[in-house]
Design a protein around this ligand. Structure first.
Ligand code: ZN
Length: 248
């Protein structure tokens, strides 16, 4: 097993993922003690870190994270084994997209509200919505709670080569090469969904960018890729002051 992904040690990956849980709770994007994040730690994505079952995001520490094998059903017999749906879906996604190291699945309020619209699109109407132009997959058939392998493969196919999957009537799954990048996608997607919902609430027609301008804006974002690391480093510095036990 390769324990150095994106230049980070396994301990550093554990700390980054623990920070993502703490921050998600701080932003109000958690769902009781449910939902699940993972980080692949092997090149083929078959081994990954994931939160233990029903541990509140606000209390997760680096050492709490489980190291799971997507091919070993015995991991589901452990004392803190995750929900079957979590293990199945994240396992299928990591196998299908070994380039994607981090998968964050959550039900943040605005992204989830957007997922309930009959047309759950994210039209490019500002910088943040246009960030996802051409990089957002929509899964229109994501009803119910998934717990079988077929559902995991179906969701992996729906994501395709995009970085974000909006799951109809459900929530959102954001991915990235690092925890910082995936968290930044979650942050901006929730903001973009909020903007679309606020604009729609005005009752006025939206001024949607042309496809050309949307694509140009999405391309323009690539020059700002470093923002993810700077943002995540700042947010971790807040945790280091106020709840440093996430690193334990
Ligand atoms: Zn969910």
């Amino acid at each position: 097993m390769n324990d150095h992904v994106a230049g980070l040690s396994l301990d550093a990956l554990r700390q980054d993922l623990a920070a993502a849980f703490r921050l998600t709770a701080r932003f109000g994007w958690h769902e009781s003690v449910g939902n699940h994040f993972s980080v692949a730690v092997s090149d083929d994505g078959r081994h990954f870190l994931m939160n233990p079952k029903w541990r509140h995001f606000a209390a997760i520490r680096a050492s709490d994270l489980l190291l799971l094998d997507a091919d070993d059903p015995a991991v589901m017999e452990g004392p803190d084994a995750p929900d079957a749906s979590a293990w199945t879906i994240h396992g299928a996604l990591h196998r299908a997209r070994p380039d994607v190291r981090v998968i964050l699945h959550a039900h943040p309020p605005h992204a989830t509200a957007l997922s309930t619209l009959k047309s759950p699109d994210l039209p490019p109407i500002d910088m943040n919505t246009a960030r996802f132009f051409g990089d957002l997959a929509i899964d229109p058939d994501c009803g119910g709670i998934a717990d079988d392998a077929g559902e995991g493969a179906r969701i992996a196919a729906a994501l395709g080569q995009c970085s974000v999957l909006l799951m109809a009537n459900h929530g959102v799954t954001c991915t990235g090469a690092t925890v910082a990048q995936a968290f930044e996608q979650l942050y901006f997607f929730e903001k973009a969904a909020q903007t679309v919902l606020l604009a729609l609430a005005s009752g006025q027609p939206l001024a949607v960018m042309s496809d050309d301008v949307g694509a140009l804006t999405a391309q323009g974002w690539k020059a700002y890729a470093g923002m993810a690391d700077a943002h995540f480093a700042h947010l971790k510095s807040v945790l280091d002051r106020e709840e440093p036990d996430y690193r334990d």
